[in-house]
Design a protein around this ligand. Sequence first.
Ligand code: SF4
Ligand code: SF4
Length: 334
Amino acid sequence: MSSDRRPHRMERRTPVWEPPAEILELFPEVSGNTLNGVGETEPRPVAAPMWRDPRTIAHGRVQDHITREYSQHEDLRRGMRPRGRYRPAPLAEERIERSPREWSRAVRRFALGEAGTTVAKVGITELRPEWVFEGYEVNRRWLILLADVMDHDDLSTAPRWEAARAVHASYNRGTAAARELADWIRSQGHEAEGHGGPGAGPVLLIPPAIEAGLGELGKHGSLIDEDLGSGFRISAVLTDLPLVADPPPEPIHVDDFCVGCRVCTDACPPDAIGPDKRLVRGVEKWYVDFDRCLPYFAVSYGCAACIARCPWTKPGRAPRLAATMRRKRAARAT
Ligand code: SF4
Ligand code: SF4
């Protein structure tokens, strides 16, 4: 058995990181896990946890600290997304009509090639009310999810600052791609708006990305895709363009892998990644402890060590692991 397949409940070899008092002092009284609906049995909209006007969110002072840290780091400041310069393209007066299937093909073609973007994968799904953040209203029917792969050399340095450079660069490319696609859809006479990370607009991105076939949820709380592994970020376009939802992909059985792996757990300094799934707003799923993760995230330029160390993240490895997991499942079924 390789070292990343040991049973999960083995003892930690490294001491758990404890947050300094000056970081804890920035946190609100209320637990982030409570705000996220841990233990709740019914689906409900959740408040955006971060990357909003800091005066409007519970963890606004923590967010202020993180953005201050980023802006004081010269290389990261240069990589931060310039704000306020984007103006959506005007909606064309003439509305071009095609079938939903043709539009879906055209969207994919544009995002993956014609636009000159770095999008590696596209998924389409119908928006669900529980994906819209509390306090927002979204009247668009469709969600197009775009995946952008992070630079692995930089990411693999996590939790060093270079990993944040990979994350920012990916968010910036994803945002540009989403806006470019939305502008193109508007040039066809249909409403669309592009959103990119980290504050990716009015909707959650991971649940719809799973629905749209861009991966399964890993124990580290991030996506694991059969082609891209775990080293990618998502941006999104909300639109009225008539589309067809992507069918569910053939499972890669990430759960089977994660139950026997503790690489991300061991890599997590504050021990935020637990051994079992949790009930979160009516869904049993892997969940990263927000109150443990965020203090370390706040002192380490966004950390990302769990994603960086995940065996699926190494370039070229995910397709092989996916094939192995499918083979094992099939063998068990016979
Ligand atoms: S980002 Fe860092 S602190 Fe948060 S869960 Fe991952 S490894 Fe742990
Ligand atoms: S998310 Fe990745 S590192 Fe974590 S348990 Fe699953 S496979 Fe292992």
